[in-house]
Design a protein. Structure first.
Length: 118
């Protein structure tokens, strides 16, 4: 039985990458896989080697992502992308228009911390 993979409904704006939902046979959970073009893959590799990125991952301030091999990816997708990363799923997704002022402030401060640390 082959892995089932479908394009994530929210992944359509950036032509340099796409997010797919991968369900392996006999597995209940769905894995989030991002296909990347060469430039995006190179950028991810550079970012993942930095100390500041590791620090923010350890503090759980960015989603954990890691490069994966293409052995569990459908062949037609392998031909489209130069590489793949897998993201840990976020258990509860919310959107900025649902947030209180203090939540928006925290998000803005996180962005500033990321920019300053980079």
């Amino acid at each position: 039985m082959e892995n089932r993979i479908k394009l994530n409904d929210g992944s359509f704006r950036d032509p340099c990458n796409r997010v797919y939902e991968l369900q392996e046979p006999n597995a209940k959970n769905i894995r989030l896989i991002r296909g990347l073009d060469k430039k995006s893959l190179d950028n991810y590799r550079k970012l993942s080697e930095t100390d500041f990125y590791a620090a923010f991952v350890q503090k759980k301030m960015v989603v954990i992502s890691e490069e994966i091999t293409s052995d569990k990816i459908n062949k037609d997708l392998i031909e489209k992308w130069d590489g793949f990363i897998e993201h840990n799923k976020i258990s509860f997704i919310s959107y900025p228009y649902e947030w209180t002022f203090s939540m928006l402030k925290d998000a803005a401060l996180l962005h500033l911390d990321l920019l300053e640390s980079s």
